[in-house]
Design a protein around this ligand. Structure first.
Ligand code: SF4
Length: 240
């Protein structure tokens, strides 16, 4: 880990921030680490965090991963955020040669055939571009929440991300509910992905995301053909 982040006592900071608001967590993070910190926006409801960050610091850095398989509504959401806030979204693309080799070997929709294929696709289209971005940062911000998945029930506000070079990972809305996020989006008039109004609570790539039925788990529409325990794409690895 690089110098500023290396000097942070994560356990003490975490205790201090656990009961603080997302804005207080983000203010601490931006004052301590900007411009070496950036938010990984997925193009979905974590746009609430984008809004908070840009209100605290209009130069706060936001990036997103264009996997090449996103819905048109997600691209529209990215442009609406650019236009509303006048900010630059740092778009990361997959390594084209790795994507070409994978698709030639395994086909366009390899992910339906096995968990191994799905993880390979997520590796090429998401994890490698994320690693490339994070290798330039000291910390990243996510919109992860504890109530999103069985894989996320224990999620600190600030942690060391062992999966990505031991940089800091800041999860300012870890303790927020789905309802709190939507109250924030509506009361602050935050532009959001139109797919949310069509029954998609969780949005990822088009071929791997579907509408969920009333009463279903909010992540039930992601990789619906897999068991819940395997449903992470490698971007957010459970810390042990
Ligand atoms: S979510 Fe689906 S299409 Fe997107 S990178 Fe993962 S396997 Fe590939």
């Amino acid at each position: 880990m690089s110098s500023v982040a290396h000097n942070i006592d994560v356990e003490a900071v975490n205790q201090e921030l656990e009961l603080r608001t997302p804005q207080e967590v983000l203010t601490w993070a931006l004052e301590t680490l900007h411009p070496n910190i950036a938010m990984a926006w997925s193009g979905a409801e974590d746009v609430a965090v984008v809004d908070m960050m840009l209100k605290i610091n209009p130069k706060a850095r936001i990036f997103t991963l264009d996997t090449g398989r996103l819905n048109p509504e997600t691209y529209e959401a990215i442009d609406r955020v650019r236009n509303k806030y006048g900010c630059q979204i740092e778009i990361m693309f997959p390594d084209y040669s790795a994507a070409e080799v994978m698709v030639r070997e395994k086909g366009m929709n390899l992910f339906y055939e096995s968990v191994e294929n799905r993880k390979r696709c997520c590796g090429v289209r998401k994890v490698e571009p994320l690693k490339r971005m994070l290798s330039t940062l000291q910390a990243w911000v996510t919109g992860l929440r504890r109530d999103q998945a069985v894989t996320r029930t224990v999620l600190p506000k600030v942690e060391i991300d062992k999966a990505f070079g031991e940089i800091l990972k800041v999860n300012p809305i870890a303790d927020w509910s789905h309802e709190q996020v939507w109250d924030y989006i509506r009361s602050n008039n935050v532009p959001y992905n139109a797919l949310h109004d069509q029954g998609y609570p969780s949005i990822g790539c088009a071929p791997c995301t579907r509408v969920v039925q009333p009463g279903e788990d909010i992540r039930a529409g992601r990789w619906w053909w897999e068991n819940p325990e395997t449903k992470e794409c490698g971007l957010h690895v459970k810390q042990h």
